[in-house]
Design a protein around this ligand. Structure first.
Ligand code: M6P
Ligand code: ZN
Length: 190
């Protein structure tokens, strides 16, 4: 058995600050990083021109993305919309057949899961853990008025397959509907 180069450690989850301490990396994704992801490209360009807001950020524990390791991170999706579509992560599948768990920390969200033909949605809520089975692409959407924060725990071997979502989408989009939201089908083109 290969011993990890990582020492055992205890991490503090700063839910209000959206960070893991100690932290390995903190990544921000602004509107300008998300061209091509939202249905309303014109609304996205207007957002970029006005303030180029942060849509989401990820604070990761100092765990390497390597086989055997178990990286974890807090993701914060800021509240807001691009056109009718709620702020969301890019979404990705895994490069290997590995699952992931998401545990809600604060705010209200929807986790969209897509296996290439079927869409499933799960509520992302505090004290709820959503299970992402191997083979399902996943995207988190903030449908509330406050930051959506959740803890993600995944396999270090999983990798991130963004190509798949760029090509085929997530099968559905989460749109504002009155004071709530609705999930609209978004079948892959062609
Ligand atoms: C969660 C995990 C990460 C992922 C992040 C943002 O923290 O699933 O692996 O990177 O969300 O999602 P994305 O990479 O799809 O933008
Ligand atoms: Zn993942």
């Amino acid at each position: 058995m290969t011993l990890s180069q990582t020492s055992p450690f205890l991490a503090r989850l700063d839910v209000d600050g959206g960070s893991v301490d100690p932290s390995g990396s903190r990544t921000q994704r602004r509107a300008s990083d998300l061209r091509g992801y939202f249905a309303d490209a014109g609304a996205l360009e207007r957002a970029i021109e006005s303030a180029d807001p942060v849509i989401y950020e990820v604070s990761s524990a100092p765990v390497p993305e390597e086989a055997g390791e178990v990286p974890f991170s807090i993701t914060t999706v800021l509240p807001g919309r691009v056109g009718a579509e709620f702020h969301m992560t890019r979404g990705h599948g895994h490069l290997t057949a590995e699952g992931e768990v998401y545990t809600g920390l604060s705010g209200v969200g929807i986790l969209v899961l897509y296996d290439g033909s079927t869409v499933r949605t799960l509520d992302l809520l505090p004290n709820r853990t959503a299970y992402v089975p191997p083979g399902w692409a996943h995207r988190s959407v903030n449908v509330g008025d406050e930051p959506l924060r959740f803890l993600a725990v995944y396999s270090g071997a999983a990798g991130h397959d963004y190509e798949r979502v760029a090509r085929h989408g997530m099968g559905a989009r989460v749109l504002a509907d009155g004071s709530g939201h609705r999930v609209e089908e978004d079948p892959p083109a062609g």
